[in-house]
Design a protein around this ligand. Sequence first.
Ligand code: NAD
Length: 430
Amino acid sequence: MENTTASAPSSRIGGFHKLGVAERIERVAAFAGLDEAERQHLADTGNLSAELADRLIENVVGTLNIPLGIATNMKIDGRDRLIPMATEESSVVAAVCNAARQSYDGGGFVTSMSGACMIAQIQLTGVPDAENARLQILERRADIQALCDECDPILLKIGGGFRDLEVRVLPTRGGVMVITQLIVDTRDAMGANAVNTMAEKIGPRIAEWTGGKTHLHILSNLADRRLARARCVWPLAAIGGEAVRDGILSAYHFADADPYRAATHNKGIMNGISAVVLATGNDTRAVEAGAHAWAARRGHYGSLTHWEATASGDLAGSIELPMAVGLVGGATKLHPTAKLALKVLGVQTAEELARTIAAVGLAQNFSALKALATTGIQRGHMALHAQNIAMMAGALGDEVQQLARVLVDKRLVRLDVAEAELQRLRAAQG
Ligand code: NAD
């Protein structure tokens, strides 16, 4: 019997991280049987140099280009802004443009922020007298503040640093734990590394003061001391009347009552939010984790937005969610496209960025709910989706548009239909 495992390539590649990008590509090519064109494709890193990519993450063999679109029509706190959005999903950018267009004459979006504080947690176990330990830690507030602020003189200099201390007694499956929470203003940084450093510094002291043992020292992505808020009133006349408004309200009521619907409703909101977070080199997972945890804070997973009718019958939407984004740290200051995106946005502070992103999330939700409550989501999606299918079928240049139109007209946006129609199109054109 043939021994297939003996000839199978091995994923155990010692020292892969020590290789240069070109050598790694060779190793991967040998593993996966990549041809010369495929190797060259990997080696072409576009407008992000291989050298920088190799510094941002480990084991780099290439970069992945994602389209960067600009959402127009946004007016936020009285100021017009162009919004860079990085996403692979069709209709996301268009949704923001449309929602913003319908809100523009009514004044656009009004935003605010609850603060710029991140939370770092320190887990303490092995204290039978947990309540006693809790107070012992709270009594050390001044020491804790000094230790935290020593960690980050830059933050202190620019007006950030330690703000508050919370200590919670937490019953768990593994016994009672005492959780210390450091509340730190991280100004224009997302703050993960800044607060993690502080938590690691304080941890051993807490163990010493209480006689317990500390384990985890890490920020919480439920950044509820850093809530970005946006609100907007869409005039009834701009959105198409009462039936549209009531359809949107009903769609929102459904989402807020049902987690199955809320997951998709909030996913749509994050289509907009994550696209700006990514475009600006911020951490999409951190923002997403915070958003979903916040959506479940009442013990029931619900909508990140709220929709109401105003006294005059217009449609009022609002959003409030954790928004841990920065202008320094992570890839924000290193990635050349992220730097450009920030320049296009014209934001000067992390707060301005966070507030802008909240407005984008609200705009996205407006468009999704309006489409769902009226024509259905597919009509808007189909035009771009049809172009994707046309390209998958092999359409080139002008053929893409022509074929996409045929597919939409036939209401058959399918690959098999696209292949057959492409042949017909080419035959007809000789
Ligand atoms: P960072 O630690 O590199 O930068 C923050 C530091 O920049 C501050 O400590 C401060 O000293 C300095 N700084 C300079 N100018 C500043 C200004 N104007 N405002 C504030 N600080 C200024 O970066 P970070 O933002 O702490 O870390 C962010 C990255 O950490 C994210 O991209 C994320 O991917 C990653 N991360 C996330 C998690 C998580 O979310 N769970 C965990 C670990 C790491």
